[in-house]
Design a protein around this ligand. Structure first.
Ligand SMILES: Cc1cc2nc3c(=O)[nH]c(=O)nc-3n(C[C@H](O)[C@H](O)[C@H](O)COP(=O)(O)O)c2cc1C
Length: 192
């Protein structure tokens, strides 16, 4: 089911349990096919509201468009990607997550049949760094559009001499617990 009225964002953060994970699976267009219990609990939507809805149901207006552009380019290309995402709950509150987006392939012909997302609470340090960066991207987007923010992002990475992946993994403080979790969940989820 699709919920048409978008909640009005309020400046209140939902505190996440750092030991719990928010998971979802979509079809190839980003329509939700599976949401775990923690996703329904934190987003405030029931399972029936989420299943069949476009994943942008929880899109927060503070997220720069260019991050989703990058994410979709990578997924369509069959590559996974990490991103730090600010999400909007049904109550208008927000929560920050580090997310691994992954591909689900058909077991026989290996074609992409959908996408997966595994999320964990982002640390305060991660949020501080990324929110300043996103504010900059967003302000560029508001004035000059997404092409300009993409140019800024690419220029920023080039100047630092890093790829998007090393840049983001550094910010996420990708510890071994997280890596182990992503690996285990990848195996579990791909069989569902
Ligand atoms: C597996 C998967 C998980 C996603 N999870 C989120 C999410 O948690 N938050 C979000 O805003 N968008 C998420 N998206 C991206 C949305 O589909 C959408 O591209 C994004 O919200 C931007 O929406 P818009 O193009 O309507 O602005 C996800 C997409 C996929 C494929």
């Amino acid at each position: 089911m699709n919920t048409t009225v978008k909640p009005k964002p309020i400046n209140k953060q939902i505190k996440l349990n750092k030991y719990k994970y928010i998971m979802s699976r979509t079809d190839t267009r980003g329509f939700i096919q599976y949401a775990n219990n923690y996703f329904t609990e934190i987003s405030g939507y029931s399972s029936s509201e989420l299943i069949g809805a476009n994943h942008n149901i929880i899109r927060h207006p503070d997220m720069p468009k260019v991050i989703f552009k990058l994410m979709w380019e990578r997924l369509k290309n069959g590559q996974q990607i990490h991103a730090v995402v600010k999400n909007l709950s049904k109550s208008g509150e927000y929560y920050w997550v580090t997310t691994k987006f992954d591909i689900k392939r058909h077991p026989f012909d290996n074609k992409i049949v959908g996408y997966l997302a595994y999320r964990q609470a982002a640390s305060a340090k991660t949020v501080k760094i990324i929110s300043e960066f996103y504010d900059k991207l967003l302000s560029i987007e508001e004035v000059n559009g997404m092409e300009a923010s993409e140019k800024y992002l690419r220029g920023y990475l080039e100047e630092k001499g890093v790829t998007y992946d090393t840049f983001i993994d550094d910010i996420i403080d990708n510890n071994s617990v997280m890596k182990g979790f992503f690996k285990a969940m990848g195996r579990f989820f791909k069989n569902r």
